[in-house]
Design a protein. Structure first.
Length: 156
C-alpha cells in the first residue's frame, strides 16, 4: 500500500500487479511476467563507507561495487547491507524492496543498462507485487540518477 500511495502521490500511472507466485528473485519475476531477465529491476542496498545507497540494477547484470563506491565519491569499503539493516532502513524485506517509499532517504543510482527495455519491472514492497514503468519514470519517482558504470555483465 505504501508503494501504491507513493506512486499515486508522485503522479505516476504505474499500476501494481500481484504475481501468482513469489517473484523474490529476478529470474522468478521474469518468468512470471514473461519478460527478459534484464527488464527486472533489482533494488539492492549497499553500505558505502557505512552510508546506505540504493542501486537499481538490471536483472541480468551484477552491481560493480568498486565502481559504485567511486561514483559515490567514497574511497572506503562497499558492502551489501544485511537483511536486518535493509528491513529496518527501507521498511521492505529483501526480495520485495521497492525503488521508492522507503522509511529513510538515501542516494539512488539507476543502472543505465535498464534503458534496453521498456517497460522495466520493479518490486512493489512485497515479493509477490511488481509494477511496470519506463526508466525515465523510474528515475523520477525514485529520485534516482542514471549511471553507466555501476553494473557489469553477469554469468547467470
Amino acid at each position: 500500500m505504501r508503494v501504491r500511495n507513493a506512486l499515486k502521490g508522485l503522479g505516476s500511472s504505474a499500476e501494481i500487479v500481484d504475481l501468482e507466485q513469489s517473484g523474490r528473485t529476478a529470474k522468478q519475476a521474469a518468468q512470471q511476467i514473461g519478460c527478459p531477465l534484464g527488464a527486472i529491476v533489482k533494488s539492492l542496498v549497499f553500505l558505502v563507507d557505512s552510508e546506505p545507497v540504493l542501486a537499481l540494477i538490471a536483472g541480468d547484470r551484477k552491481c560493480d561495487q568498486r565502481e559504485l563506491g567511486l561514483v559515490m565519491g567514497f574511497t572506503g569499503g562497499v558492502k551489501k547491507a544485511d537483511a536486518d539493516f535493509v528491513r529496518s532502513f527501507t521498511g521492505f524485506s529483501i526480495g520485495g524492496v521497492a525503488p521508492l517509499a522507503h522509511l529513510n532517504r538515501m542516494p539512488v543510482l539507476v543502472d543505465s543498462s535498464l534503458q534496453r527495455f521498456n517497460p522495466v519491472y520493479a518490486a512493489a514492497g512485497h515479493p509477490n507485487c511488481i509494477f511496470g514503468i519506463s526508466v525515465t519514470e523510474l528515475c523520477r519517482v525514485s529520485n534516482g540518477v542514471l549511471e553507466a558504470k555501476i553494473s557489469t555483465e553477469s554469468l547467470i
